[in-house]
Design a protein around this ligand. Structure first.
Ligand code: ADP
Ligand code: MG
Length: 344
């Protein structure tokens, strides 16, 4: 058994600056395992950034492309457990022989070698045999090899090949990852909600998947009528991040818009008929209606005691402008972006 999980492929690994070296090195090994320039390849990075995904992708690719090659994926913990039980049953030689006969060895989480002297010794010998026979070895680690507290002879061998780092993807890449994962579920995440989620998940892609799974669950529980909106996303995000920057409140909207048009917040509630102020006021009303639960009446009140038909008229004006005026449309999407990501 190769222990491969076919869900993880190069096709569904989204590339970005944060991972292109690691991804391309992994692909190079997978395309040419018998003669890789990177032996060993070590992929390191924090938890949840795609190390296991890439390692599995190598295995799956080789299995497809070179069906005769023996590929083995193993976590360092599993390897240790196998070793321990083989010692108990006097079968360590069999185990080692079996490992020595693979063509490609994929070892996940080698930070688990720390403090395991016996595993390190066995692995040292195995590594030497494989490498002498030109068998590809790829490993992952949650820290750079230089920071790995293992026997020096083992560490120096791990440094013979290539080390490639995985870091957290930028916002756009995170959004692409979320979209790609969401596409394989039944839920549709509107772009503004996706951006909101990705803005707040800043350290770990696995959490991004956690949020998505939660949204799917909520939708399942609440039924098809349930829209994936900002409110629901916020509810779910609370379980993943301690601080969601800011609530989208009328106040945040007013400050964002005033800021954008170089006005004071007070101007929005004033009686001024100055063109720029009127526009900013109408846009603010439109956005408050869109992003909060405020009624037309209460919106009128917060904009200097205007009546509800004035608010309605303002909202309609903005909607019309969005149809006809490119500049307004651009301003609005910029404003919405600022408001959505809570940086009002
Ligand atoms: P690690 O082993 O580094 O802790 P994983 O490989 O388990 O992280 O990745 C966590 C989750 O994030 C996985 O479901 C993986 O598919 C996903 N993931 C991470 N990076 C990417 C990426 N660049 N493209 C697509 N999915 C990714
Ligand atoms: Mg992993």
């Amino acid at each position: 058994p190769s222990n491969l999980d076919t869900r993880y492929t190069f096709d569904n690994f989204i590339e970005g600056d944060c991972n292109s070296l690691a991804r391309n090195a992994a692909k190079a090994v997978a395309d040419n395992p018998a003669n890789t320039a990177f032996n060993p390849l070590v992929i390191h990075g924090n938890v949840g950034l795609g190390k296991t995904h890439l390692l599995q992708a190598i295995g799956n690719h080789i299995t497809q492309k070179f069906p005769n090659k023996a590929v083995l994926y193993v976590s360092t913990d599993t390897f240790t457990n196998q070793l321990v039980s083989s010692i108990g049953s006097n079968t360590t030689n069999d185990l080692v022989n079996w490992y020595q006969n693979v063509d490609v060895l994929l070892v996940d989480d080698i930070q688990q070698l720390v403090k395991r002297k016996k595993t390190q010794d066995v692995f040292f010998n195995l590594f030497n045999v494989l490498r002498q026979n030109n068998k590809a070895v790829v490993m992952t680690c949650d820290r750079p090899i230089i920071e790995l507290d293992i026997e020096e002879r083992l560490r120096s061998r791990f440094q013979w090949g290539l080390s490639a780092d995985l870091s957290m993807p930028a916002l756009e890449t995170r959004m692409a990852i979320l979209k790609s994962k969401a596409d394989s579920t039944a839920v549709d995440i509107p772009a503004n909600v996706a951006e909101f989620i990705c803005f707040h998940i800043q350290h770990n892609i696995r959490q991004l998947e956690g949020v998505l799974n939660n949204l799917v669950l909520h939708k399942g529980v609440l039924g098809d009528g349930q829209e994936i909106d900002l409110k629901l996303a916020k509810e779910v995000l609370k379980n993943f991040v301690t601080e969601i920057n800011k609530e989208v409140t009328p106040d945040v909207i007013q400050r964002t818009v005033a800021d954008y048009y170089n006005l004071e917040v007070e101007n929005l509630a004033s009686a001024t008929r100055r063109r720029q102020v009127v526009l900013a006021r109408q846009i603010s009303m439109f956005l408050v209606k869109q992003y909060t639960e405020e009624s037309l009446k209460s919106i009128g009140r917060m904009f200097g005691g205007r009546d509800h038909s004035t608010v309605l008229y303002s909202i309609k004006t903005v909607k019309d402008l969005m149809e006809t005026n490119d500049e307004i449309r651009k301003s609005l999407s910029e404003l919405e972006r600022k408001i959505r990501i809570g940086r009002g």
